[in-house]
Unconditional design. Sequence first.
Length: 260
Amino acid sequence: MFISSEPLEVAGTQTISRAFRALRLVAAQAPHGIRLVDLSHQLGLERPTAHRLLKALVQEGMLVQQAGTRRYSLGPQLFELGISATHQFNLKDICQPVCAALAEQTGDTAFLFLRSGFDAVCIARIQGTYPIQTPSVPVGSRQPLGVSAGGLALLSALSVEEMATVIAAVEPRLAAYGDLDADKLRDLCASAKRAGYATTGNHAVPGVRAIGLPIFDRSNTPIAAITVAATQSRMDARRIATLLPMLKTAAAEVTRLLRQ
């Protein structure tokens, strides 16, 4: 008698999807980690189910549980996997010269962001020569897509359906970034689509405004973003008009390098 394996396959796929969502949520709370109760809530799982999932990830070395706080953090196995992947796809090394040239040309700080799930991770930051530089997003930090100009460039480049999914996922975390909420994020995305570039200020870093453009891979998927940031007073409409051609040239060059 033939017995369909579809339910088992569906369950296995669902478990894998949950595991990756859990890893992204834990990564978003680095370096402090996340509590079981918070993670189960964000995953939409009962605590016993979430606990079993986390326990399996700890056993595989993907996560560790901090002894004192009982919070979950990323584990050593993820680091090892990342090291193994760097020789195949080291975006920072490929794009660093372009960022450096952009910072020198503009005098302001140039950033490179990489999409990681529902977040944008800063992987490169190069300061320019202008005497007043901005308080900077540190390399390695991650924020919800849409918070920084790089994250907004990535978010606004997505399809309507995927953009809605991302905004729904990051909405609980937006209150930590000033007056940002889901409605304002939708408005910022609409403005970015109309203008052809992303601009935002006072969310990622107070007193700072930045402009950003997405970077696309061979399949035309937005995977990264390049930005220029300056103080709010310096980054006015005239300054943006001056910087935009330079930023477009840099984004096109990074895209070309990734498609080689």
